[in-house]
Write a protein that binds this ligand. Structure first.
Ligand SMILES: C[S@@+](CC[C@H](N)C(=O)[O-])C[C@H]1O[C@@H](n2cnc3c(N)ncnc32)[C@H](O)[C@@H]1O
Length: 232
């Protein structure tokens, strides 16, 4: 099943609605990066989108190179060098103190693509540097159910549907809604984003990292969604 999206504005090849991502602010990512990256260090952000995290990293003093395959996403990035490319095809000259692969891109269903994404992380990190991966742990997949969600400012994020379509392969549809702010004219905007995700256990993740020349060092967050990996 391919990833798709619907709603106003451009939609990226992976189904991400650009105008929706413009509405979101950063979460705890800058602190997570700072745990493993020297102050003022270089960060390669893979799948950077509109710069939701990039901008917070730049403000914190990191020198960021933002990579994305979507020109509509990258056009919104400020304060960082942008590179329009597919992560799996990226071959930059330089090496970085930290390489970030966020947004659960590592849970992609295609095993060969997952390997290529991790290989891109490995070939761009400095010796002694950090690879920071945001994944969806197995137990988090097990808790997925239709109707779960959260509020982020004016935005309501809901898992509208989820199904385990074959063992360990989930297909989910997210619904994003944003009403007009108080005193504003206009109608509610609604987007959907449908994606597939492979349930990986800790051992499988370690093996995938090892296959790309990386070693799982530790989890950086209590919910274990951020992983620190280092060159093996
Ligand atoms: C869900 S958005 C999240 C963006 C950003 N990481 C954030 O958290 O705000 C995922 C982004 O990854 C990009 N992306 C997905 N797969 C990619 C690939 N193989 N190569 C380059 N960009 C990719 C999409 O174009 C999209 O901008």
């Amino acid at each position: 099943m391919t990833n798709t999206g619907t709603g106003p504005g451009p939609i990226t090849p992976d189904g991400s609605p650009v105008d929706f991502y413009l509405l979101l602010g950063p979460g705890g990512e800058p602190e997570i990066v700072a745990q493993a990256t020297p102050a003022g260090g270089t960060v390669l952000e893979l799948g950077a989108g509109v710069g939701r995290v990039t901008h917070a990293l730049v403000e914190r003093g990191f020198a960021v190179v933002a990579v994305d395959e979507s020109p509509e996403m990258l056009a919104r990035v400020r304060g960082a060098r942008t590179v329009l490319a597919r992560v799996q095809e990226l071959r930059l000259e330089e090496r970085f103190d930290a390489v970030m692969l966020a947004s659960q891109l590592v849970n992609v269903v295609d095993d060969a693509l997952r390997h290529e994404l991790l290989a891109a992380c490995a070939r761009h990190v400095k010796p002694g540097g950090a690879v920071l991966i945001q994944w969806m742990p197995a137990d988090a997949h097990d808790r997925w159910h239709a109707g779960m969600g959260r509020q982020d400012g004016a935005v309501t994020i809901t898992m509208a549907a989820v199904e385990e379509v074959s063992p360990g392969i989930f297909h989910a549809t997210m619904r994003y809604a944003c009403g007009p702010r108080e005193g504003e004219e206009g109608e509610e905007r609604v987007w959907t984003q449908s994606f597939s995700s492979r349930r990986l256990g800790d051992d499988a993740l370690s093996a995938e990292l090892a296959g790309a020349g990386l070693r799982l060092e530790r989890f950086l967050t209590e919910d274990r969604t951020w992983v620190l990996a280092v060159p093996a």
